[in-house]
Design a protein around this ligand. Structure first.
Ligand SMILES: [Zn+2]
Length: 173
């Protein structure tokens, strides 16, 4: 029973995200809580929402940032150990593999977000290998040269023949 309870608690912890909402945002100038939102902008990079507000009493404007705080989730590494999932690693890995700006940042962020969603919504634990394969499949379409670069690190190519083989596979498609 105790075990079951713990399991359920863990699952709900993993899938829960916390949304910080300030319903009655107080004006920093006069502490009045009747404010209205005059502008709203979503920032894709850190998935935050910026709201420009105006106090209905004193008329002054101020800015608030709202973001979803994600609960840590782990992925399974090659050796079976767990590692905290970090979307930044995906972005960095792709940026290291591509040539300057061969793929626009917005595309990379959108893809990283997709991977993140997949990891957070999966019923089964995701492995670093699964993530590597997702990245490889995506890069293959976007930028074949970056694909080879990423694959040479990811698949741990030992020599030129490994690369030649990978290129041959790439050309078959
Ligand atoms: Zn005010």
């Amino acid at each position: 029973m105790g075990y079951l309870q713990t399991t359920t608690a863990c699952i709900s912890l993993v899938y829960r995200t916390q949304r910080v909402v300030y319903k009655n945002m107080r004006c920093p100038f006069c502490s009045c809580d009747t404010t209205k939102v005059v502008d709203k902008r979503d920032n894709r990079e850190d998935s935050s929402t910026r709201r420009r507000r105006q106090c209905l009493r004193c008329g002054k404007r101020f800015t608030t940032y709202e973001r979803i705080e994600k609960v840590d989730i782990s992925i399974v590494k090659k050796d079976g150990s767990l590692e905290k999932f970090d979307v930044e690693k995906i972005i960095k890995g792709i940026k290291r593999a591509i040539n300057q700006h061969s793929i626009p940042d917005s595309d990379i962020y959108a893809f990283a977000e997709e991977v993140e969603k997949h990891v957070f919504n999966s019923e089964e634990p995701i492995s670093s290998r699964d993530i590597g394969v997702m990245i490889l499949n995506w890069l293959r379409e976007k930028d074949p040269l970056a694909y080879i670069r990423f694959a040479s690190v990811y698949k741990d190519f030992k020599d030129l023949n490994d690369i030649k083989e990978e290129i041959a596979n790439l050309e078959k498609k």
